[in-house]
Write a protein that binds this ligand. Structure first.
Ligand SMILES: CC(C)(COP(=O)(O)OP(=O)(O)OC[C@H]1O[C@@H](n2cnc3c(N)ncnc32)[C@H](O)[C@@H]1OP(=O)(O)O)[C@@H](O)C(=O)NCCC(=O)NCCS
Length: 127
């Protein structure tokens, strides 16, 4: 492979709401403390549509990262979405910031993520 690789994923917000409603502790098993804090930034209620949309987008980012890394990357839960000071997403793995590029969006009951990996990043994260 010579060029960058890309992964995308969509998650229905209703599916994320069912996951957190039906399985106690699911939030903590699927998301890191930083991701949970991000979802409620701006003093948003943890069960509000906005918070659940943000979680759905972060779940989509973990799956999109896996696709960009050709399914050979770190486990889903080792990939963490953090938010920079401008509100843009960053992807961290095992406490280390990666050069994976990520973009999130959520609207109309759907959350999505796109992740782009250069060959160097793919090599770094899959060896
Ligand atoms: C940033 C912006 C484009 C988001 O678009 P939107 O249609 O409101 O919302 P979307 O659902 O498509 O995207 C939301 C995601 O955008 C991302 N985002 C937010 N700010 C961002 C930025 N500066 N750069 C890149 N991505 C950003 C986040 O990942 C966010 O998801 P999250 O809330 O779950 O963390 C929009 O808020 C905007 O243009 N704001 C005006 C300028 C602004 O405030 N810029 C940011 C600070 S300088």
């Amino acid at each position: 492979m010579t060029g960058p690789s890309v992964g995308c994923d969509v998650v229905a917000v209703a599916r994320m709401r069912r996951l957190v409603a039906d399985r106690p502790g699911a939030r903590e098993r699927v998301f890191t403390p930083a991701e949970l804090a991000d979802a409620v930034r701006g003093d948003v209620d943890p069960d509000s549509d906005v918070a659940i949309e943000r979680l759905a987008a972060r779940f989509a980012a973990k799956e999109a990262a896996r696709k960009a890394l050709r399914g050979r990357g770190p486990a889903l839960l080792a990939v963490e979405v953090r938010t920079d000071h401008d509100g843009a997403p960053e992807l961290w793995v095992d406490g280390r910031r990666t050069a994976l590029a990520c973009s999130l969006s959520h609207d109309a009951g759907v959350a999505m993520a796109v992740v782009v990996a250069t060959p160097e990043v793919v090599a770094d994260l899959t060896t």
